[in-house]
Structure formats: C-alpha cells, structure tokens
Design a binder for this molecule. Structure first.
Ligand SMILES: CCCCCCCCCCCCCCCC(=O)SCCNC(=O)CCNC(=O)[C@H](O)C(C)(C)COP(=O)(O)OP(=O)(O)OC[C@H]1O[C@@H](n2cnc3c(N)ncnc32)[C@H](O)[C@@H]1OP(=O)(O)O
Length: 198
C-alpha cells in the first residue's frame, strides 16, 4: 500500500539535533537490534486499529479513516518525531521536537502535548508487545519545562506483563541526556476484542 505520506526525516523543519539523533539511531538499526518505525508501519497499525470493533464502537468506514492526532499539524508546527523499537529489550525510543502550536506557558511545551507524545510512543510499544491496547492510566511527573523547538528523547520500556495488563515506565530527557524533563508510569490493557459486538 502506498501511504502517500513521505517519511519525515527530509522535512526542513527538523533541527540539526533531531537529524543527528535520527542518524545515530538509524546506525543502531544496522545490526537489527533496533528498528525504525516507518510512516507506513504507523499507518498500517492505525488502519488495523480503525477496523477493530470493541466496547460497542463500530469499525470506521474506509473513507472516514483519519490520520492520528500527532500527524494533523503543518510541518514543524506540531509534533515532529521518529520512533525506534527494540523487540528483545521491549523498549521504544521517540525522538521528539515540539513546535509552536504545542505551546502552553510562553515559550514552553504544553504538558498535554508532552504526555500525548509519551502516551502515543508507549501505546505503540505495548501494542507491538501484546497486541492492541488502550491506556488505562498514565501518571506523569513534570520535573523541568521543555522549550518549544528543542529536541527531547522519550524512552519507554515494558516493566511487567500480567495477562492483559502491560505496565510501562518512561522518561523524557534532553538530547544530551543532561536534563530529565518528565517521568511516567502507566498501565495499558489489551483490548478484549472477543467481548466486542461487530
Ligand atoms: C487502539 C490502540 C492502538 C495503538 C497502536 C495503533 C497506532 C495508531 C493509533 C494511535 C492511537 C494512540 C492511542 C494512544 C493511547 C490512548 O490515548 S487510548 C485513549 C485513552 N484511554 C481510554 O480511552 C481507555 C478507556 N478505558 C477503557 O476503555 C477500559 O477501561 C479499558 C482500559 C479498555 C479496560 O477495560 P476492559 O478491557 O473491560 O478491562 P477490565 O476487565 O476493566 O480490566 C482489565 C484489568 O485491568 C485493570 N484495570 C483497568 N483499568 C485500570 C486502571 N485505570 N487502573 C488500574 N487497573 C486497571 C483491571 O482491574 C483488571 O485487572 P485484573 O482484574 O485482570 O487483575
């Protein structure tokens, strides 16, 4: 399937820091330990999710299928990111540069935008680990504010799996790893699709 959506790393709005980190991670992919989650893979996952029916929510019609929240902004103004997945270590890394439309306090990223990117990253990790899941809770602590346009690294990992429950922890650091911006713990629950009405 052609997504009609180009990969994001050729966007002009990507800062030098983001490009540099992106290429560092692409290098880590060469031995197969890490894999880049491409736009096509994201779209395929979304498409699959949109075909699911659970808790009486009917699957979406093909024409209604929208893009995800984080991809609904003009280049550079919202969420610019790339994700990498490590299957053996059950980890995800998201390189994230938040644009001016995500502003909360002047010059700083809104906490809702930060938790959105954390939630989205670890939802992909939990989904890749045990199948489609939803966030039951996410408990985030904001330790330092993130300047608009700066590049941060979100690290997410699976801590424990108990049947349908996946417990994850995550952190948000500066690109040079010197500043810890936020930390979160969360629970994702695998969707009980058998309960669904189709
Ligand atoms: C579809 C995803 C695609 C992702 C990849 C695709 C990529 C492209 C799409 C991008 C998508 C981005 C998505 C971002 C992530 C969202 O933003 S998700 C949106 C925000 N979350 C929600 O709206 C969830 C609302 N809550 C619910 O629907 C239901 O409560 C849940 C979470 C599905 C669980 O309901 P349930 O399946 O009926 O499970 P239930 O039997 O109640 O609980 C199961 C177990 O979990 C425990 N549990 C449930 N909730 C809690 C809680 N809050 N605290 C503690 N324990 C709890 C229960 O106690 C139970 O434990 P056990 O008794 O088994 O030990």
């Amino acid at each position: 399937m052609s997504t009609g959506r180009r990969e994001t790393w050729d966007r002009r709005c990507w800062s030098e820091d983001l490009r540099h980190l992106f290429h560092q991670f692409m290098k880590k992919c060469e031995d197969g330990s890490w894999t880049y989650i491409s736009e096509k893979e994201m779209l395929d996952l979304q498409k699959k999710a949109s075909e699911l029916s659970f808790q009486n929510v009917k699957p979406m019609k093909k024409k209604q299928f929208p893009s995800t929240l984080t991809r609904n902004f003009q280049e550079g103004l919202g969420f610019e990111y790339a994700m990498f997945y490590n299957k053996d270590e059950r980890r995800i890394v998201c390189l994230f540069q938040g644009g001016p439309l995500l502003q909360g306090f002047p010059g700083l990223l809104h906490g809702g935008a930060i938790v959105t990117m954390v939630d989205y990253s670890i939802s992909i990790l939990s989904t890749k680990t045990i199948g489609f899941t939803m966030t039951a809770y996410i408990n985030i602590t904001y330790k330092r504010p993130i300047p608009i346009g700066s590049v941060v690294v979100i690290n997410g990992q699976v801590d424990k799996i108990e049947e349908r429950k996946v417990f994850l922890s995550s952190s948000v650091h500066s690109a040079d790893e010197k500043t810890l911006y936020s930390e979160a713990t969360s629970l994702f629950v695998q969707l009980n699709l058998e309960k669904s009405e189709t």
